[in-house]
Design a protein around this ligand. Structure first.
Ligand SMILES: [Zn+2]
Length: 262
């Protein structure tokens, strides 16, 4: 059984600056694998609130070089390696995260050195996690052009994460087969802008991928104000159950998919 915790469900510049929602990313726990996805500001603090132990993490995945996705990665690498004493774990990131891009240098040389394995991931790559779980790197079209998402094949089915992206040819194909599709939704209905996912485009994506359940997260300020409306609009349009995540929400993936919001 996989357990997925939404440590933070806010995203985009202003939801992050004003902390309208927490911004700590997502935590995936499956037998023998603990993976933290896009640990933005507050991830470390919020983990303790949700009973998650950052020293146990096996994999830190950072999709691109924007602060709402990477800021807590360095301190979480220190946790994963017990202050650098225990050389373990894996850091997977886009080219821009691992090697830097323009003026962004998300991860210091020191932190890359103390992790056991550092991987620069590109769309189409397959990375084995703990010799058991296949992480398929998916493409994205975002203002950081190196941005990546993934489809992770777990025992209980595939879990997909789009990261920040607009809809483009090939995105639906890349996530096909996902039981659970996690969509970063920064823009609401009638709010479409380049390089970001809007509600209309999310519906097209979800309708094309046809997961068992779609979850909206990493929500921008305008999405947060009417998150349930966006999710319901997509559910009605596509016939696919779609929910807007809330901070601390957990999903249990087994034969059935269970949602816990307390
Ligand atoms: Zn971004």
């Amino acid at each position: 059984m996989a357990k997925i915790t939404f440590i933070g469900t806010g995203g985009g510049r202003f939801a992050t600056i004003f902390q309208k929602r927490a911004t700590g990313g997502i935590y995936i726990a499956e037998k023998g694998l603990l993976m933290h996805v896009d640990p933005g500001p507050g991830a470390l603090v919020k983990m303790y609130e949700h009973g998650l132990d950052p020293t146990q993490t096996d994999v830190i995945f950072v999709s691109h070089a924007h602060p709402d996705h990477y800021t807590d990665a360095e301190i979480l690498i220190e946790a994963m390696t017990l202050g650098g004493k225990n050389r373990r774990g894996m850091l997977i990131g886009s080219e821009s995260v691992i090697n830097g891009i323009n003026d962004y240098r998300p991860i210091s040389f020191y932190h890359k050195k103390i992790v056991k394995e550092v991987k620069v991931a590109k769309p189409g790559d397959k990375i084995m996690l703990k010799d058991w779980y296949e992480l398929n790197i998916t493409p994205a079209l975002h203002s950081d052009l190196a941005t990546i998402g993934f489809k992770l094949v777990l025992e209980s089915g595939a879990v997909s994460y789009t990261s920040d992206t607009q809809l483009f040819d090939g995105l639906i194909e890349a996530h096909k087969g996902a039981r659970l599709l996690i969509v970063c939704l920064t823009r609401p209905l009638n709010g479409k802008i380049p390089f970001h996912m809007s509600t209309e485009d999310a519906a097209e994506l979800i309708g094309g991928v046809k997961p068992e359940l779609a979850i909206l997260t990493h929500m921008g300020l305008k999405v947060i104000q009417q998150a349930t409306k966006q999710a319901n609009w997509i559910s009605e349009k596509t016939g696919i159950p779609t929910i807007a995540a809330i901070d601390g929400m957990r999903i249990y993936l087994e034969d059935k998919i269970e949602i816990k919001k307390d």
